[in-house]
Design a protein around this ligand. Structure first.
Ligand code: BG6
Length: 467
Protein backbone atom coordinates (compact mmCIF):
# COMPACT_ATOMS: atom_id res chain seq x y z
CA UNK A 1 0.00 0.00 0.00
CA UNK A 2 1.23 3.49 -0.86
CA UNK A 3 2.69 5.18 2.22
CA UNK A 4 1.23 8.56 2.97
CA UNK A 5 0.92 11.16 5.76
CA UNK A 6 -0.60 9.85 8.99
CA UNK A 7 -3.72 11.48 10.36
CA UNK A 8 -1.75 12.48 13.48
CA UNK A 9 1.01 14.21 11.49
CA UNK A 10 2.32 17.27 13.37
CA UNK A 11 1.61 20.13 10.97
CA UNK A 12 2.72 23.34 12.61
CA UNK A 13 5.22 26.14 12.67
CA UNK A 14 8.35 27.12 14.48
CA UNK A 15 9.92 30.09 16.34
CA UNK A 16 12.61 30.75 18.94
CA UNK A 17 12.37 32.79 22.12
CA UNK A 18 14.91 35.55 21.53
CA UNK A 19 13.83 36.08 17.93
CA UNK A 20 10.11 36.50 18.67
CA UNK A 21 9.46 37.41 22.31
CA UNK A 22 10.93 40.81 23.05
CA UNK A 23 10.32 41.72 26.70
CA UNK A 24 14.07 41.38 26.98
CA UNK A 25 14.30 42.79 30.51
CA UNK A 26 10.74 42.36 31.76
CA UNK A 27 9.44 40.48 34.79
CA UNK A 28 12.85 39.47 36.02
CA UNK A 29 14.31 38.25 32.75
CA UNK A 30 18.10 38.39 32.79
CA UNK A 31 20.50 38.89 29.88
CA UNK A 32 21.41 36.20 27.40
CA UNK A 33 24.29 36.41 24.93
CA UNK A 34 21.75 37.67 22.41
CA UNK A 35 20.96 40.66 24.64
CA UNK A 36 24.58 41.57 25.23
CA UNK A 37 25.71 40.93 21.66
CA UNK A 38 27.62 43.90 20.24
CA UNK A 39 28.09 42.97 16.59
CA UNK A 40 24.51 43.61 15.43
CA UNK A 41 24.92 44.46 11.72
CA UNK A 42 24.22 48.07 10.69
CA UNK A 43 20.59 48.99 9.93
CA UNK A 44 19.43 45.80 11.56
CA UNK A 45 17.39 45.63 14.73
CA UNK A 46 18.62 43.98 17.91
CA UNK A 47 16.46 41.48 19.81
CA UNK A 48 15.09 43.69 22.58
CA UNK A 49 11.55 43.99 21.20
CA UNK A 50 11.54 41.45 18.39
CA UNK A 51 7.88 40.68 17.50
CA UNK A 52 6.75 41.51 21.03
CA UNK A 53 5.27 38.03 21.30
CA UNK A 54 5.70 38.37 25.06
CA UNK A 55 2.67 40.66 24.94
CA UNK A 56 0.95 39.19 21.88
CA UNK A 57 1.27 35.44 22.53
CA UNK A 58 -2.43 34.79 23.04
CA UNK A 59 -3.26 36.42 19.74
CA UNK A 60 -0.38 34.48 18.16
CA UNK A 61 -1.74 31.15 19.39
CA UNK A 62 -5.22 32.08 18.16
CA UNK A 63 -3.82 32.67 14.67
CA UNK A 64 -1.95 29.35 14.78
CA UNK A 65 -5.21 27.66 15.78
CA UNK A 66 -6.97 29.39 12.91
CA UNK A 67 -4.40 27.93 10.51
CA UNK A 68 -5.18 24.55 12.01
CA UNK A 69 -1.77 23.96 13.60
CA UNK A 70 -1.40 20.56 15.25
CA UNK A 71 1.92 21.56 16.78
CA UNK A 72 3.96 24.62 17.64
CA UNK A 73 7.69 24.40 18.02
CA UNK A 74 9.11 27.18 20.20
CA UNK A 75 12.01 27.61 22.58
CA UNK A 76 12.17 28.55 26.23
CA UNK A 77 14.39 31.43 27.21
CA UNK A 78 16.77 30.13 29.88
CA UNK A 79 17.25 33.64 31.28
CA UNK A 80 13.50 34.18 31.63
CA UNK A 81 12.93 31.14 33.80
CA UNK A 82 16.11 31.06 35.88
CA UNK A 83 17.67 33.96 37.75
CA UNK A 84 21.41 33.78 38.30
CA UNK A 85 21.14 36.99 40.31
CA UNK A 86 18.81 35.35 42.86
CA UNK A 87 19.98 31.81 42.25
CA UNK A 88 16.42 30.60 41.90
CA UNK A 89 13.64 30.12 39.40
CA UNK A 90 11.89 33.21 38.12
CA UNK A 91 8.21 32.47 38.75
CA UNK A 92 6.96 35.13 36.35
CA UNK A 93 8.98 33.61 33.54
CA UNK A 94 7.74 30.11 34.39
CA UNK A 95 4.18 31.43 34.37
CA UNK A 96 4.63 32.87 30.90
CA UNK A 97 5.49 29.46 29.45
CA UNK A 98 2.92 27.63 31.59
CA UNK A 99 0.20 29.92 30.24
CA UNK A 100 1.50 29.51 26.70
CA UNK A 101 1.54 25.72 26.95
CA UNK A 102 -1.95 25.64 28.47
CA UNK A 103 -3.28 27.90 25.74
CA UNK A 104 -1.75 25.67 23.07
CA UNK A 105 -3.24 22.55 24.62
CA UNK A 106 -6.61 24.27 24.86
CA UNK A 107 -6.45 24.60 21.07
CA UNK A 108 -5.17 21.01 20.75
CA UNK A 109 -1.81 22.23 19.54
CA UNK A 110 1.05 19.99 20.65
CA UNK A 111 3.94 21.97 22.16
CA UNK A 112 7.35 20.95 20.77
CA UNK A 113 9.81 22.64 23.09
CA UNK A 114 13.42 23.54 22.35
CA UNK A 115 15.39 23.92 25.56
CA UNK A 116 18.18 26.03 24.14
CA UNK A 117 18.14 28.05 20.93
CA UNK A 118 21.28 30.23 20.66
CA UNK A 119 20.59 32.18 23.89
CA UNK A 120 23.03 31.08 26.58
CA UNK A 121 22.74 33.14 29.79
CA UNK A 122 25.32 35.91 29.62
CA UNK A 123 26.21 35.08 33.23
CA UNK A 124 27.46 31.66 32.08
CA UNK A 125 29.22 33.04 29.01
CA UNK A 126 31.18 35.39 31.27
CA UNK A 127 32.28 32.38 33.32
CA UNK A 128 33.65 30.59 30.26
CA UNK A 129 30.46 29.59 28.47
CA UNK A 130 30.49 26.15 26.87
CA UNK A 131 34.26 25.94 27.32
CA UNK A 132 33.58 25.38 30.97
CA UNK A 133 32.30 22.03 32.18
CA UNK A 134 30.24 23.91 34.76
CA UNK A 135 27.94 24.95 31.94
CA UNK A 136 27.13 21.27 31.36
CA UNK A 137 25.84 20.97 34.92
CA UNK A 138 24.00 24.28 34.61
CA UNK A 139 22.25 22.96 31.50
CA UNK A 140 21.24 19.80 33.35
CA UNK A 141 19.84 21.87 36.24
CA UNK A 142 17.97 24.09 33.80
CA UNK A 143 16.53 21.00 32.07
CA UNK A 144 15.38 19.68 35.48
CA UNK A 145 13.60 22.95 36.10
CA UNK A 146 11.81 22.64 32.76
CA UNK A 147 10.86 19.03 33.38
CA UNK A 148 9.58 19.86 36.90
CA UNK A 149 7.42 22.66 35.59
CA UNK A 150 6.31 21.50 32.16
CA UNK A 151 7.17 17.80 32.08
CA UNK A 152 3.60 16.62 32.55
CA UNK A 153 2.37 18.52 29.50
CA UNK A 154 5.22 18.47 27.00
CA UNK A 155 5.50 15.28 24.97
CA UNK A 156 8.24 16.43 22.56
CA UNK A 157 11.48 18.00 23.73
CA UNK A 158 14.37 19.24 21.61
CA UNK A 159 17.67 19.65 23.41
CA UNK A 160 19.86 22.12 21.50
CA UNK A 161 18.97 23.95 18.31
CA UNK A 162 21.56 23.78 15.54
CA UNK A 163 24.57 22.93 17.61
CA UNK A 164 26.34 22.40 14.27
CA UNK A 165 25.70 25.98 13.21
CA UNK A 166 26.80 27.36 16.58
CA UNK A 167 30.03 25.48 15.93
CA UNK A 168 30.49 26.20 12.22
CA UNK A 169 28.97 29.66 11.84
CA UNK A 170 29.10 31.12 15.31
CA UNK A 171 29.82 34.65 14.04
CA UNK A 172 26.46 34.91 12.31
CA UNK A 173 24.59 33.51 15.26
CA UNK A 174 26.12 34.20 18.61
CA UNK A 175 28.35 37.19 18.02
CA UNK A 176 30.72 35.92 20.69
CA UNK A 177 34.43 36.64 20.70
CA UNK A 178 36.58 34.87 18.13
CA UNK A 179 37.36 31.53 19.75
CA UNK A 180 40.14 29.31 18.41
CA UNK A 181 39.20 26.19 16.47
CA UNK A 182 40.12 24.04 19.46
CA UNK A 183 38.00 26.13 21.81
CA UNK A 184 35.04 25.98 19.45
CA UNK A 185 35.26 22.20 19.27
CA UNK A 186 35.72 21.94 23.02
CA UNK A 187 32.47 23.85 23.40
CA UNK A 188 30.94 21.46 20.92
CA UNK A 189 32.11 18.40 22.89
CA UNK A 190 30.77 19.90 26.10
CA UNK A 191 27.42 20.52 24.43
CA UNK A 192 27.34 16.88 23.33
CA UNK A 193 27.85 15.84 26.94
CA UNK A 194 25.16 18.24 28.12
CA UNK A 195 22.77 16.90 25.51
CA UNK A 196 23.48 13.26 26.41
CA UNK A 197 22.84 13.97 30.09
CA UNK A 198 19.61 15.81 29.41
CA UNK A 199 18.24 13.14 27.06
CA UNK A 200 18.92 10.59 29.81
CA UNK A 201 17.18 12.77 32.35
CA UNK A 202 14.09 13.15 30.20
CA UNK A 203 13.96 9.39 29.71
CA UNK A 204 14.32 8.78 33.44
CA UNK A 205 11.80 11.35 34.60
CA UNK A 206 9.13 11.49 31.90
CA UNK A 207 7.47 9.49 29.16
CA UNK A 208 8.15 12.26 26.64
CA UNK A 209 10.18 11.87 23.49
CA UNK A 210 13.34 13.84 22.90
CA UNK A 211 15.79 14.54 20.10
CA UNK A 212 18.56 16.85 18.94
CA UNK A 213 17.78 19.55 16.34
CA UNK A 214 20.70 20.14 13.99
CA UNK A 215 20.60 21.90 10.61
CA UNK A 216 21.02 19.10 8.07
CA UNK A 217 21.63 19.45 4.32
CA UNK A 218 22.57 17.14 1.50
CA UNK A 219 26.00 18.09 0.18
CA UNK A 220 26.86 17.77 -3.51
CA UNK A 221 30.29 17.62 -5.16
CA UNK A 222 30.85 20.39 -7.70
CA UNK A 223 31.96 17.87 -10.33
CA UNK A 224 32.54 14.17 -10.77
CA UNK A 225 36.24 14.65 -9.98
CA UNK A 226 37.12 12.24 -7.15
CA UNK A 227 38.73 15.13 -5.25
CA UNK A 228 35.46 17.06 -5.34
CA UNK A 229 33.60 14.00 -4.15
CA UNK A 230 36.00 13.65 -1.24
CA UNK A 231 35.42 17.32 -0.42
CA UNK A 232 31.65 16.70 -0.40
CA UNK A 233 31.99 13.62 1.78
CA UNK A 234 34.23 15.51 4.18
CA UNK A 235 31.97 18.52 4.44
CA UNK A 236 28.87 16.39 4.83
CA UNK A 237 30.49 14.49 7.68
CA UNK A 238 31.83 17.60 9.40
CA UNK A 239 28.61 19.57 8.90
CA UNK A 240 25.97 16.89 9.36
CA UNK A 241 26.91 13.42 10.50
CA UNK A 242 29.41 14.40 13.21
CA UNK A 243 26.45 15.73 15.21
CA UNK A 244 24.15 12.79 14.72
CA UNK A 245 26.72 9.97 14.89
CA UNK A 246 27.51 11.05 18.42
CA UNK A 247 23.87 11.47 19.43
CA UNK A 248 22.64 8.22 17.88
CA UNK A 249 25.69 5.90 17.98
CA UNK A 250 27.77 7.56 20.71
CA UNK A 251 30.69 7.59 18.24
CA UNK A 252 32.93 10.38 17.05
CA UNK A 253 32.99 10.78 13.27
CA UNK A 254 36.40 10.03 11.67
CA UNK A 255 36.26 12.88 9.14
CA UNK A 256 35.70 15.41 11.91
CA UNK A 257 38.45 14.01 14.12
CA UNK A 258 40.88 13.91 11.20
CA UNK A 259 40.14 17.56 10.35
CA UNK A 260 40.73 18.59 13.97
CA UNK A 261 43.93 16.58 14.29
CA UNK A 262 45.32 18.01 11.06
CA UNK A 263 44.55 21.50 12.36
CA UNK A 264 46.12 20.70 15.70
CA UNK A 265 42.79 21.43 17.38
CA UNK A 266 41.59 18.16 18.88
CA UNK A 267 39.41 18.83 21.93
CA UNK A 268 40.02 17.20 25.31
CA UNK A 269 38.02 14.12 26.15
CA UNK A 270 37.96 12.77 29.71
CA UNK A 271 37.86 8.99 30.20
CA UNK A 272 34.29 9.10 31.57
CA UNK A 273 33.00 11.21 28.65
CA UNK A 274 32.55 8.36 26.20
CA UNK A 275 30.50 6.45 28.78
CA UNK A 276 28.18 9.43 29.11
CA UNK A 277 27.88 9.73 25.34
CA UNK A 278 27.23 6.01 25.01
CA UNK A 279 24.61 5.59 27.70
CA UNK A 280 21.64 3.76 26.15
CA UNK A 281 19.26 6.15 27.93
CA UNK A 282 20.93 9.03 26.09
CA UNK A 283 19.84 7.86 22.66
CA UNK A 284 17.31 10.14 20.96
CA UNK A 285 13.79 8.93 20.13
CA UNK A 286 13.70 10.90 16.90
CA UNK A 287 15.86 13.24 14.91
CA UNK A 288 14.56 16.78 14.61
CA UNK A 289 16.22 18.66 11.79
CA UNK A 290 16.15 22.07 10.12
CA UNK A 291 16.48 22.21 6.35
CA UNK A 292 16.82 25.35 4.23
CA UNK A 293 19.10 24.46 1.32
CA UNK A 294 21.59 21.92 0.05
CA UNK A 295 25.27 22.80 -0.26
CA UNK A 296 27.81 22.25 -3.03
CA UNK A 297 31.55 22.05 -2.48
CA UNK A 298 34.77 21.50 -4.37
CA UNK A 299 38.27 20.51 -3.35
CA UNK A 300 40.33 23.46 -2.22
CA UNK A 301 42.99 25.07 -4.33
CA UNK A 302 46.32 24.37 -2.58
CA UNK A 303 47.68 27.70 -3.84
CA UNK A 304 44.90 29.74 -2.35
CA UNK A 305 45.06 30.73 1.27
CA UNK A 306 41.41 30.09 1.88
CA UNK A 307 39.83 29.69 5.29
CA UNK A 308 36.09 30.08 5.54
CA UNK A 309 35.95 32.45 8.46
CA UNK A 310 37.88 35.09 6.57
CA UNK A 311 36.61 34.21 3.14
CA UNK A 312 33.52 36.43 2.96
CA UNK A 313 29.96 36.01 4.13
CA UNK A 314 29.58 33.00 6.37
CA UNK A 315 26.21 32.00 7.75
CA UNK A 316 24.16 28.86 8.26
CA UNK A 317 23.94 28.10 4.53
CA UNK A 318 26.71 29.95 2.74
CA UNK A 319 30.44 30.57 2.77
CA UNK A 320 31.78 27.36 4.30
CA UNK A 321 35.31 26.30 3.58
CA UNK A 322 38.42 24.88 5.13
CA UNK A 323 41.79 24.95 3.44
CA UNK A 324 42.83 21.48 2.35
CA UNK A 325 39.33 20.04 2.82
CA UNK A 326 36.46 21.79 1.02
CA UNK A 327 35.24 25.08 -0.34
CA UNK A 328 31.56 25.85 -0.83
CA UNK A 329 30.59 27.02 -4.31
CA UNK A 330 27.36 28.16 -5.93
CA UNK A 331 25.24 25.52 -7.59
CA UNK A 332 24.35 26.73 -11.10
CA UNK A 333 21.30 24.45 -11.14
CA UNK A 334 19.59 26.27 -8.29
CA UNK A 335 17.79 29.57 -7.94
CA UNK A 336 18.37 31.74 -4.87
CA UNK A 337 16.20 33.51 -2.33
CA UNK A 338 16.25 37.30 -2.08
CA UNK A 339 18.85 36.83 0.65
CA UNK A 340 21.13 34.58 -1.38
CA UNK A 341 20.31 31.13 -0.02
CA UNK A 342 19.91 28.45 -2.69
CA UNK A 343 16.48 26.88 -3.14
CA UNK A 344 16.53 23.10 -3.46
CA UNK A 345 13.30 21.22 -2.86
CA UNK A 346 14.72 17.95 -4.23
CA UNK A 347 17.59 18.41 -1.78
CA UNK A 348 14.99 18.33 1.00
CA UNK A 349 13.94 14.84 -0.08
CA UNK A 350 17.59 13.79 -0.52
CA UNK A 351 18.36 15.00 2.99
CA UNK A 352 15.51 12.99 4.52
CA UNK A 353 16.56 9.88 2.63
CA UNK A 354 20.15 10.25 3.78
CA UNK A 355 19.01 10.75 7.37
CA UNK A 356 16.76 7.70 7.23
CA UNK A 357 19.27 5.41 5.61
CA UNK A 358 21.97 6.37 8.13
CA UNK A 359 19.99 6.40 11.36
CA UNK A 360 16.64 4.74 10.72
CA UNK A 361 14.84 6.89 13.29
CA UNK A 362 11.64 8.92 13.01
CA UNK A 363 12.28 12.42 11.71
CA UNK A 364 10.66 15.67 12.76
CA UNK A 365 11.07 18.73 10.56
CA UNK A 366 11.58 21.68 12.87
CA UNK A 367 12.55 24.39 10.36
CA UNK A 368 12.20 24.93 6.63
CA UNK A 369 11.29 28.18 4.95
CA UNK A 370 12.23 31.20 2.93
CA UNK A 371 13.30 34.62 4.14
CA UNK A 372 12.15 37.52 1.97
CA UNK A 373 10.97 41.12 1.93
CA UNK A 374 7.22 41.39 2.58
CA UNK A 375 5.21 44.59 2.57
CA UNK A 376 1.62 45.52 3.22
CA UNK A 377 -0.10 46.65 0.02
CA UNK A 378 -2.74 49.38 -0.17
CA UNK A 379 -5.38 46.87 0.96
CA UNK A 380 -3.24 45.82 3.93
CA UNK A 381 -2.54 42.45 2.34
CA UNK A 382 0.73 40.65 1.74
CA UNK A 383 1.10 38.68 -1.42
CA UNK A 384 3.90 36.25 -0.59
CA UNK A 385 3.33 33.92 -3.52
CA UNK A 386 7.09 33.22 -3.62
CA UNK A 387 6.76 31.65 -0.15
CA UNK A 388 3.80 29.52 -1.21
CA UNK A 389 5.81 28.32 -4.24
CA UNK A 390 8.77 27.45 -2.01
CA UNK A 391 6.60 25.44 0.39
CA UNK A 392 4.61 23.78 -2.36
CA UNK A 393 7.75 22.45 -4.01
CA UNK A 394 9.23 21.29 -0.71
CA UNK A 395 6.02 19.58 0.36
CA UNK A 396 5.77 17.73 -2.95
CA UNK A 397 9.23 16.31 -2.31
CA UNK A 398 8.34 15.59 1.31
CA UNK A 399 5.40 13.47 0.16
CA UNK A 400 7.69 11.53 -2.18
CA UNK A 401 10.10 10.90 0.69
CA UNK A 402 7.29 9.61 2.89
CA UNK A 403 6.13 7.39 0.06
CA UNK A 404 9.66 5.99 -0.18
CA UNK A 405 9.57 5.04 3.50
CA UNK A 406 10.83 8.06 5.44
CA UNK A 407 9.12 8.10 8.84
CA UNK A 408 8.45 11.83 9.13
CA UNK A 409 6.23 12.69 12.09
CA UNK A 410 5.76 16.39 11.52
CA UNK A 411 6.46 19.51 9.49
CA UNK A 412 7.08 22.72 11.44
CA UNK A 413 8.34 25.38 9.05
CA UNK A 414 10.13 28.58 9.98
CA UNK A 415 8.41 30.62 10.97
CA UNK A 416 4.92 30.61 12.38
CA UNK A 417 4.94 34.40 12.74
CA UNK A 418 7.43 37.03 11.49
CA UNK A 419 10.42 37.38 13.76
CA UNK A 420 13.92 38.79 13.73
CA UNK A 421 16.49 36.89 11.67
CA UNK A 422 19.67 35.75 13.41
CA UNK A 423 21.78 38.39 11.64
CA UNK A 424 19.67 40.06 8.96
CA UNK A 425 17.00 41.86 10.95
CA UNK A 426 13.20 41.90 10.74
CA UNK A 427 13.33 42.78 7.03
CA UNK A 428 14.20 39.15 6.32
CA UNK A 429 10.73 37.80 7.03
CA UNK A 430 9.74 34.17 7.29
CA UNK A 431 6.25 34.09 8.82
CA UNK A 432 2.74 33.18 7.71
CA UNK A 433 1.76 36.19 9.82
CA UNK A 434 3.13 39.68 9.16
CA UNK A 435 4.18 41.79 12.14
CA UNK A 436 3.91 45.49 11.44
CA UNK A 437 7.26 46.96 12.40
CA UNK A 438 10.54 47.84 10.68
CA UNK A 439 14.15 47.73 11.82
CA UNK A 440 13.95 51.04 13.62
CA UNK A 441 10.22 51.71 14.01
CA UNK A 442 8.05 49.50 16.21
CA UNK A 443 4.89 51.00 14.62
CA UNK A 444 1.76 49.28 15.97
CA UNK A 445 3.09 45.68 15.87
CA UNK A 446 -0.26 44.66 14.44
CA UNK A 447 -0.55 41.13 13.06
CA UNK A 448 -1.78 40.49 9.50
CA UNK A 449 -2.22 37.05 7.92
CA UNK A 450 -0.22 36.81 4.67
CA UNK A 451 -1.45 35.06 1.53
CA UNK A 452 0.55 32.01 2.64
CA UNK A 453 -1.57 31.87 5.82
CA UNK A 454 -4.74 30.85 3.94
CA UNK A 455 -2.74 28.54 1.69
CA UNK A 456 -1.12 26.70 4.63
CA UNK A 457 -4.49 26.46 6.38
CA UNK A 458 -5.83 24.60 3.35
CA UNK A 459 -2.77 22.33 3.22
CA UNK A 460 -3.26 21.35 6.86
CA UNK A 461 -7.02 20.91 6.49
CA UNK A 462 -6.49 18.47 3.60
CA UNK A 463 -3.55 16.76 5.33
CA UNK A 464 -1.23 17.74 2.50
CA UNK A 465 -3.50 16.62 -0.32
CA UNK A 466 -4.32 20.07 -1.64
CA UNK A 467 -1.09 21.93 -2.24
C1 BG6 B 1 18.17 28.58 11.58
C2 BG6 B 1 17.96 29.00 13.00
O1 BG6 B 1 19.54 28.50 11.37
O2 BG6 B 1 17.75 29.41 10.56
C3 BG6 B 1 16.95 30.12 13.19
O3 BG6 B 1 17.66 27.91 13.81
C4 BG6 B 1 17.11 31.13 12.08
O4 BG6 B 1 17.17 30.68 14.46
C5 BG6 B 1 16.80 30.43 10.77
O5 BG6 B 1 16.35 32.28 12.23
C6 BG6 B 1 16.86 31.35 9.57
O6 BG6 B 1 18.09 31.98 9.52
P1 BG6 B 1 18.27 33.54 9.50
O7 BG6 B 1 19.72 33.75 9.66
O8 BG6 B 1 17.75 34.00 8.20
O9 BG6 B 1 17.50 34.08 10.66
Amino acid sequence: MKKTINSNFLWGGSTSAYQIEGGWNEDGKEMSVQDTKTNIPKNTTDFKFASDHYHHWREGVAMMAEMGFKSYRFSISWTRVWSYKNNKANEKGIKFYRDLINELLKHRIEPIVTMYHFDLPDFLEKKGGWNSRETIEEFVNYAKLLIDNFGKKVKYWLTINEQNMMTLASGAISGLRDYTLKEIYQQNHNMFLAQAKVIKLIHELTSAKVGPAPNISSIYPNSSAPEDNLAALTFSNIRNWFYLDIAVFGKYNVFALDMLNKNDSMFDVKPEDMKILNNPLSKPDFIAFNYYASGTVKATDPNKNYISKYGGKLDQQTGFGLKGFYEQVQNPNLKKTQFGWEIDAVGFKNTMLELTSRYNLPLLLTENGIGGYDELDEKNQINDQYRIDYYKNHLKEMLKAIEMGVDLIGYNPWSAIDLVSTHEGIKKRYGFVFVNRTEDDLKDLKRYPKKSFAWYKKVIATNGKDL
